[in-house]
Design a protein around this ligand. Structure first.
Ligand code: UT7
Length: 351
């Protein structure tokens, strides 16, 4: 049975940096509140002309370059996003077209902030069965256009961005050792864009009432997140027959530095193994895990053969975790891996 190896990665963040002070000029908030509650210092907001499709194409191209593949080498493109360019068509087809991958199968996966981990697990199934050899797995969100500046507790948390990996069939041991995919639809209203779907089609009244904006029950999601991060990680480790000590790099969903800190402390993970970039990007939903992974790999924070733990949670409510082993023979990884001192680098917000 072939193994699923991550052979390329890339990320794209819009150049437009929006600081907490910038937000404070438009709504009743302040840098101190945002930093102390979430660890966020700044985020990126897409500018006119940028969309989920264009950002996905950028990060996808970078991942393909790293893997040494051309778009037409792909067998499948998966795009995790809850903020696609249109309700229909799926953004995945625009990404396929934008990349220049004629006729390649493409699928949008919408599972809130958890979507990219679901997509990675999906990609692995196609590789393991031998159906496909080369799959692009993208996570992209452009949530800033769905935020209401009248809803300050939610608006300050989110940002835009994209991350992507190439997953390729390989004879060398690699891939997902254990995973968990979970869902609890009874929490639907905890993170929701109420109008614009078929339940409540968009009307002028609903638009005026800000019902086409993201609404979140922050306290409830915080409680859910701190509970589920630990249990999803433990369960994936048990399925992988591994322990926390086997984790070389922990790449959690970047929703809030306090949630990451809580999860890392509960698991007993040392700071240097935890990837944190929520301070610079805010919560980029389905883009957050691949964006954090791509930055960490660029910084040489993982070596060939390392074991990476992914954990995410989000709208649905949903959660997912995966224990992923990197191959020992990935050319792109060998080229960025430097001395051991680089592995201890943590970001300024480091938990
Ligand atoms: O991927 C999706 C995952 N989502 C999340 O992970 C979100 C999880 N939840 C959270 O991170 C936190 O619940 C928040 C950061 C959203 C909020 O933190 P909190 O400690 O739960 O604050 P709160 O909502 O209880 O609000 C506390 C106070 C309130 O004032 P009063 O009623 O105590 O006077 C709010 O009105 O903070 C006020 N507040 C703000 N003040 C300044 C709320 N938002 C802001 C703001 N700036 N932006």
């Amino acid at each position: 049975m072939p193994y699923a190896s991550i052979t390329g990665w890339g990320h794209y963040a819009p150049p437009n940096v929006v600081t907490n002070d910038d937000l404070a000029r438009h709504m009743d908030t302040n840098d101190e509140w945002i930093r102390s509650r979430s660890g966020i210092r700044e985020r990126r907001f897409a500018e006119e002309g940028e969309t989920t499709a264009t950002m996905s194409v950028e990060s996808g191209k970078r991942a393909l370059d790293r893997a040494g593949l051309e778009p037409e080498d792909l067998d499948l493109i998966l795009v995790a996003s809850s903020s696609p360019d249109y309700l229909t068509p799926p953004v995945s087809s625009q990404v396929q077209h934008g990349l220049g991958a004629p006729g390649v199968g493409a699928m949008q996966i919408t599972v809130g902030c958890t979507g990219w981990v679901y997509a990675l697990v999906t990609a692995e199934q196609f590789i393991k069965t031998g159906a496909y050899q080369n799959i692009l797995v993208v996570g992209t969100e452009l949530i800033s256009r769905w935020l209401s500046w009248e809803n300050r507790s939610t608006a300050v948390l989110f940002g835009d961005g994209s991350g992507a990996v190439v997953v390729q069939a390989s004879d060398e041991p690699a891939g997902i050792l254990g995973h968990v995919l979970g869902s609890d639809g009874s929490g639907a209203e905890d993170i929701i864009v109420p109008a614009g779907g078929v339940a409540y089609p968009l009307t002028h009244e609903r638009l005026d009432a800000n019902e086409y904006n993201v609404k979140m029950n922050g306290r409830e999601v915080f409680r859910f997140a701190t509970r589920i991060m630990g249990s999803a990680l433990d369960e994936a480790l048990a399925r992988a027959d591994r322990t926390v000590e086997d984790i070389d790099l922990f790449v959690p969903h970047q929703a809030n530095a306090r949630i990451i800190e809580y999860a890392a402390n509960e698991a007993g993970l040392p700071h240097e193994k935890v990837v944190v970039n929520v301070d610079r990007y805010g919560n980029t939903s389905a883009a957050s895990v691949p964006l954090a992974l791509a930055e960490a790999l660029d910084e040489g924070r993982a070596r060939p053969g390392d074991t990476i733990a992914f954990v995410a949670f989000g709208a649905g409510l949903t959660w997912a975790s995966a224990i992923f082993q990197l191959s020992t023979t990935v050319p792109a990884l060998a080229s960025v891996t430097a001395g051991p001192e680089q592995k201890t680098a943590v970001t300024e917000a480091g938990v």
